[in-house]
Design a protein around this ligand. Structure first.
Ligand code: HEC
Length: 178
């Protein structure tokens, strides 16, 4: 009974450890972006709408939230940037996404940031700009705490299983020798 309880606690620790390290805001932003935006946008390339890389450097977060909620309203209010974009992109009006919350849009921005290809320029003309991959695999250096807790928890689980098997063995021997 005790062994089962300890195993359960260990499993819970492993589970929380894993989920705590996964960035949920980026995952949420990615899901929204793929479902609602990829038909017209790509982070690093122009499609129907502009490439969205570094969009948070071109506009304030407030502006982006208002724009995503209702580009039409912004254009009709003669917002300078919105009108310029509208004219630049062949007067295609981006549809309203007024049901997205401010946090949803911030998550989309976090996802855009995580997908943005950064060009590292070490010295001008020394070598062509290098594209840095934007995925961050779990690595021992970056996720030291995660790996240590994970390994300890797994090791404890294995020890626990060995222990449980041994206890059963001893019990069996005891009862058969009687
Ligand atoms: C039907 C196509 C379409 C969809 C879907 C769409 N957009 Fe757009 N988007 C555009 C166009 C076109 C523009 C350029 C502005 C204009 O024409 O009004 C734009 C502009 C933008 C801009 C301003 C970009 C800049 O460079 O300043 C942002 C931010 C943006 N969109 C975010 C989004 C997000 C977030 C979604 C998904 C929730 C989305 N868009 C879905 C077509 C679309």
């Amino acid at each position: 009974m005790k062994i089962k309880y300890t195993a359960l606690v260990l499993l819970i620790i492993i589970f929380f450890n894993t989920t705590a390290f996964a960035d949920t805001s980026i995952d949420n932003g990615k899901a929204i972006f793929i479902a609602r935006c990829t038909s017209c946008h790509n982070v690093n390339a122009q499609v129907v709408g502009p490439a969205l890389a570094n969009v948070d450097q071109r506009h304030s977060v407030d502006w982006i939230v208002n724009f995503v909620h209702s580009p039409k309203t912004m254009i009709s209010k003669n917002d300078k940037d919105a009108v310029a974009l509208y004219n630049q992109f062949n007067q295609i009006v981006m549809p309203d996404h007024s049901d997205l919350s401010v946090d949803d849009i911030k998550n989309v921005l976090a996802y855009i940031k995580s997908e943005t290809k950064t060009v590292t320029t070490e010295a001008p003309f020394s070598k062509p700009g290098k594209l840095v991959p934007n995925y961050h695999p779990l690595s021992i250096e970056n996720n030291y705490g995660f790996f240590i807790t994970y390994l300890i928890a797994v090791a404890l689980l294995i020890l626990l299983l060995i222990f449980a098997v041994n206890v059963k063995d001893v019990q069996r021997k005891n009862s058969s020798s009687k």
